[in-house]
Design a protein. Sequence first.
Length: 174
Amino acid sequence: MLSETLTAALVKQLNNEMGSAYLYLSMSAYAEDAGLKGAATWLYAQSREEMAHAIHMYQYIMDRGSKPALLALEAPAASFSGMGDIFNKVLASERATTKNLNDIATLAMKENDHACYQFIMWYVNEQVEEEASASDIIAKLDMIGDNKGLLLSLDKELGTRVYANPFPADEKLN
């Protein structure tokens, strides 16, 4: 069974994952409305990935004999000043997630819970890719500047992202 402190930390992160999913879904709607369907696709896929993370954490908490007391979600921002603003907020969100996950890993080791440590390390390692992806898009947006033709080219590239659930077994919860 998970300790109360680890359960609380995991529930907080589950909530953060759901909040990120909600934020990215709002960003997707903004991009779609702006005519940037590729960015909308990328952000929608990111939203689904964050929701899969939340469900995976929920299942882990349950599998370890604890019960998650779910927390309230804040309404996400609905208006942005453009794609640069969106992806800078994506990067900030991912960096906050990295910090939270590192804190959980440290707590798991302090409590000598090797199973939880191994579980959370998958997420810690995933964050390297998450931050790099957002940083890469920001760098491209910075190079593009106000060039709408290049923005449309990047939008087309972003639209090639396909969502693949990293935890398909969680689709059939016990």
